[in-house]
Design a protein around this ligand. Structure first.
Ligand code: GCU
Length: 610
């Protein structure tokens, strides 16, 4: 069955779930639609040193009757007379760096789960005829933004970017911004309260002011549509009017003046006979200019097609094998959340070193540098929302939250050629309520972006003693099947993998989205000794024997590129709060299994890319 991935991007109304707020929290406004390509707009960075106040009782937000305070910390008050009672002072409080999680910056916040208030001053002069937005790359998990004491917006979700308009809140001269961030885990949240990663809290990515004209180009999408070579299709979305947008691809000498309709939407269509398609082997990016309202937005976009045909994944019409590895957003060789271009370059450089062409960004959307670097260096990406393990499946607010995070993920990275798969979750249970919930997410992903296949990491079971079966009912809704298995670590012995075969009830491609085992870097012993590098190496050797026999396999992404922090992993001297399944340690040391996977991928590259 050939699934055609054409291009339709609909406005799907998804609203912030009420779950993120206590009943009596004053309703702050929702973020506005994410401005496309913030990194190439006119921005004023607010990164750097911020003051912060740790507020475990939300005392800066609620009074003693649990009512929202009018004089909350967001007012950044100072005593006006010696008699005034003000029991906080940002200027006299400690400082912290933004971007960056608080756990790895402050020893006393290593395990902290609660509220931290951030504050910084900034001077500003608003250009005439412009609008100003406050952009946050990510704030884990619930955040509330204030400028000069006035509420701007609130956001729930620790891994997606958002912005809110602050044109009326900013003033010429001295300003201050206060951001409330609370990272408490909740049963009804996305992710839920149980995960296998560190709950890094705070402003973990860039914070910027974004200046745009009164009427501006808010969003756009350009891609090579299915089955029509030498064509670029897309659309523009303007805000504040129906101003025309001129779209140019200078290298192809293409220019089109788009007149948006009453809703601000306008269609782009280019015939581009000389169009070079993007692929890992040829990561061709085109400079694209979009001019509207006096602003020229410059982007670099790769054009490629992707489709699923039977058990094949076709990129630009050619069947591909995704030689990958999973990764958390764990900084390379330093504790804490990765966030910078340098982090992305290092992490994705390790994938290339493995002879890989693919990375599964687990289990949540990663920072914007990852897809930008992957576009440039030529890597496929799997991008995922944190619908992880046992979500509150029957809670409508939880579903709305998951849908919104899915929409935010797609909205930010839809123009990134490297992103080839949207994943709607990981290892969710085979129960009716979950199937309903996840089917809704698959439908939403297809509504929002029909140019990419949708997947999820499923679990499997033994249909016979040595036959693993993929028949999860969610597989019927997915375009590409992901499946996690741990033969040799959580089940059986590494050698048992040699005798295991796989079956599936679906005529669809499979990406083995997790396998592997732990090893403490530098711990050596026999291949039978768990936690040694030799044991991990042995798992990979026997996994490869098994994987090579699966004729519907079109990708592998073992768990995981580098060791990552998790409160679940407490074995002293071995784990010490790290999940040790990395092929690279938390200190950047390569373990023996790294070479095994590298060799396997070299052979796969020779076979698939001859
Ligand atoms: C699971 C899960 C990962 C987890 C891993 C492990 O499959 O998807 O998030 O870290 O296994 O147990 O190490």
């Amino acid at each position: 069955m050939r699934r055609m991935f054409a291009l339709v991007l609909l406005a799907v109304p998804v609203f912030l779930s009420s779950a993120g707020r206590a009943a009596d929290t004053p309703t702050m406004s929702q973020p506005s639609g994410l401005i496309a390509n913030v990194e190439h707009r006119k921005t004023i960075s607010l990164n750097g040193t911020w003051h912060y106040i740790v507020d475990p009782y939300d005392n800066g937000y609620y009074d003693y009757r649990h009512q929202p305070r009018k004089d909350g910390f967001f007012q950044n008050e100072k005593p006006k007379t010696p008699r005034d009672l003000v029991e906080y002072d940002f200027d006299k409080s400690d400082t912290i760096q933004v971007p960056g999680d608080w756990n790895s910056q402050k020893k006393e916040l290593f395990y902290y789960e609660g509220t931290v208030w951030y504050q910084r001053a900034f001077t500003y002069r608003k250009p005439a005829g412009s609008r100003v937005f406050l952009y946050v790359g990510a704030a884990n998990y619930l955040s509330r933004l204030y400028v000069n004491g006035a509420p701007a917006c609130e956001h729930e979700g620790g891994f997606t970017s958002f912005n809110c308009e602050v044109t009326s809140q900013v003033k010429d001269g001295d300003n201050f911004v206060v951001i409330y961030v609370n990272n408490q885990r909740r049963r009804d949240a996305v992710p839920t309260d149980m995960t296998d990663w560190w709950n890094y809290g705070g402003l973990t990515r860039d914070v910027e002011l974004v200046e745009v004209p009164n009427a501006f180009l808010e969003d756009y999408f350009l891609q090579a549509p299915k089955g029509a070579s030498g064509v670029v299709d897309g659309w523009v979305q303007v805000s504040g009017g129906t101003l025309p947008v001129t779209v140019r691809i200078p290298e192809l000498k293409l220019e089109q003046k788009v007149q948006p309709d009453a809703g601000g939407r306008g269609a782009i269509h280019f015939t581009a006979p000389g169009l070079k398609l993007w692929s890992p082997g040829q990561p061709k990016l085109y400079d694209v200019e979009l001019e509207a309202g006096g602003e020229v937005v410059r982007d670099t976009i790769g054009f490629r097609t992707i489709e699923v045909r039977g058990r094949d994944i076709l990129v630009n019409g050619t069947s591909v094998f995704l030689r990958g590895i999973c990764m958390h957003e764990e900084a390379p060789a330093r504790p804490g959340r990765a966030h910078s271009e340098a982090d992305a370059t290092t992490l994705l450089g390790w994938v290339k070193e493995l002879n890989g062409n693919f990375a599964r960004l687990a289990h949540y959307p990663h920072n914007r540098n990852m897809s930008r670097v992957a576009d440039r260096t030529g890597l496929f990406l799997w991008s995922e929302i944190p619908v992880y393990w046992t979500i509150d499946w029957e809670n409508p607010a939880t579903l709305a939250n998951a849908k919104r995070q899915l929409a935010e993920m797609i909205r930010r990275d839809k123009n990134r050629a490297s992103v080839v798969l949207w994943s709607v979750g990981n290892e969710t249970p085979v129960i009716p309520a979950r199937l309903t919930f996840m089917t809704e997410l698959v439908k939403t992903a297809h509504q929002l972006d029909q140019s990419r296949p949708v997947t999820a990491a499923l679990e499997t079971h033994y249909a016979e003693p040595n036959v693993k079966m993929i028949d999860d009912p969610l597989g019927k809704e997915l375009d590409v099947l992901g499946c996690n298995e741990y033969v040799g670590w959580y089940e059986r012995t590494p050698e048992d993998a040699d005798a295991i075969s796989w079956k599936t009830v679906y005529d669809k491609p499979l990406v083995m989205s997790e396998f592997g085992g732990d090893a403490r870097a530098g711990l050596h012993g026999s291949a039978d000794a768990r936690w040694t590098e030799e044991y991990q190496e042995n798992i990979y050797r026997h996994q490869i024997v098994m994987l090579q026999k699966i004729d519907f396999l079109r990708g592998t992404s073992p768990w995981i590129l580098n060791d990552f922090r998790s409160p679940r992993r407490v074995l002293p001297g071995i784990q010490d709060n790290y999940n040790r399944k990395g092929l690279v340690s938390d200190r950047g040391e390569r373990k023996k299994a790294f070479a095994v996977l590298k060799e396997f991928y070299a052979a796969l590259a020779a076979k698939w890319e001859r």
